[in-house]
Design a protein around this ligand. Structure first.
Ligand SMILES: [Zn+2]
Length: 436
């Protein structure tokens, strides 16, 4: 056991590198107005926060004022489902040695908080149990953090939105008007940090307060499902936007089921290396012989998606695809040179020739046939014909679902297959063929 712990202590930091700066996405309305800085994921094992920022980024529109969003402050810890690979990032805002691996990251967070445009800060957390001002039970008491709205003090003098007490009262009132159960009732938790709370002095919100930025933290209980946590976080965001006078719209009805569907949206995709697109959901546990560029660190592999909380995590000889804390698949990489000279190929789909861009997913009802392209060859994973050799070129053959070996599909249902295009040994990109 001791040995195992020692190994973990050494291995974890090697696998995940502290980022040097945060990613800020600015949602700016057409009308002028104040700016809220919204942040989640300071601890990598609090998915309520970073799933909320992700849903906010993808499903809300800002009409007046601005919301700057940092989807996840501690991305490498999120990829490892770890509270803080280098210790608690939310205790590094008072003093921090410049030698700390997260020093540059903390500087970047401080720089964003103190930006002159920022009028208020909302920091999202997932906390244990349910906060109550007086002891009721082990789960409901003043030492719990879940479902509370936190301020460091009542007032920030001479500052717009400095009436922290009033804003937090109105925001919790808004949340409490939409409770799923009476047990979930929100309370304001004033930590009175300046009176000598040594722990809270080191936290992000108090750093903001000391720099005259009104700051609030919302805690959703770890007792709740992910969708419920996101529900309460979104209520807190909507409550505070109302108080700041920032107008917004959204494309869904706010309830846990709708949120569950947005988080687990089967339409979500990821594009790797600009040349390969996969669905996020329904993938096999492992994808074997998957092309990855030779000599490129995993952290530099381009990922494009609707989602802001995706990442690749190197693990021994695998590369894991993470969506927040969720593991979507494990790539068993095949490292090879990449070639970006080709944009598309022609494929006859259900007897009709179409030009298909690399990194597409195409639907096929009956059959498909990749047409020859001079200088390039095609390998269809799960298809083979006699005497192919090591560099197959499977163009000009009509292929139906029954001609493919289902164990080579990328999805667990056996309907989606890889059409890989090469120039000699170099990988140009992939098209996925989906039988519908
Ligand atoms: Zn937290």
């Amino acid at each position: 056991m001791r040995l195992l712990l020692l190994c973990l202590a050494f291995v974890l930091p090697c696998l995940a590198q502290a980022e040097k700066s945060i990613h800020v996405i600015k949602k700016i309305g057409d009308q002028k107005g104040p700016t809220l800085l919204l942040m989640g994921g300071i601890q990598g094992d609090e998915p309520g926060g970073f799933n909320t920022t992700n849903i906010f980024l993808t499903h809300y529109k800002i009409l007046s004022g601005s919301v700057w969003v940092v989807p996840v402050l501690n991305k490498y810890s999120m990829l490892l489902n770890h509270r803080g690979v280098y210790g608690d990032l939310n205790r590094k805002f008072a003093y921090l040695s410049p030698k700390d691996p997260e020093y540059p990251l903390i500087q970047s967070i401080k720089h964003t908080i103190t930006a002159s445009d920022v009028n208020a800060v909302l920091h999202l957390h997932d906390g244990s149990g349910f906060y109550r001002p007086h002891y009721e039970s082990a789960l409901l008491n003043p030492r719990r953090w879940g479902n509370s709205f936190i301020i460091d003090q009542n007032n920030l003098a001479h500052t717009t939105f400095g009436d922290l007490k009033h804003i937090s009262a109105k925001t919790t009132e808004h949340i409490n008007a939409h409770l799923l159960k009476p047990l979930h009732r929100y309370h304001i938790h004033n930590t009175h940090t300046a009176r000598g709370d040594k722990e809270m002095e080191k936290a992000l919100t108090y750093f903001a307060i000391k720099h005259d930025k009104p700051a609030f933290a919302n805690e959703a209980s770890k007792e709740l499902t992910l969708a419920q946590r996101v529900y309460y976080h979104l209520l807190a965001i909507e409550g505070i936007l109302q108080e700041l006078g920032i107008h917004y719209s959204k494309d869904f009805a706010l309830n846990p089921l709708a949120i569950y569907r947005l988080i687990n949206d089967r339409k979500l995709q990821v594009t790797l290396n600009h040349n390969t697109t996969l669905p996020l959901y329904g993938l096999r546990d492992r994808l074997h012989f998957f092309p990855f560029p030779k000599n490129a660190p995993v952290s530099q592999i381009p990922l494009d998606s609707q989602s802001y909380i995706l990442g690749l995590l190197p693990r021994k000889n695998q590369i894991w695809l993470k969506y927040g804390n969720k593991l979507m698949t494990r790539f068993i990489p095949e490292y090879m040179p990449f070639d970006d000279s080709l944009k598309d190929i022609n494929i006859e789909i259900d007897n009709k020739v179409k030009t298909i861009a690399l990194a597409s997913i195409v639907d096929v009802k009956g059959s498909f046939k990749v047409l020859p392209k001079k200088g390039y060859r095609v390998n269809i994973i799960g298809f083979s014909r006699a005497n192919e050799g090591s560099k197959p070129n499977e163009v000009g053959v009509k292929i139906a679902h029954k001609n493919l070996s289902t164990r080579f599909s990328v999805d667990t249902k056996g309907r989606i297959y890889r059409v890989e295009v090469y120039k000699g040994n170099a990988f140009c990109g992939m098209i996925l063929v989906r039988f519908v």
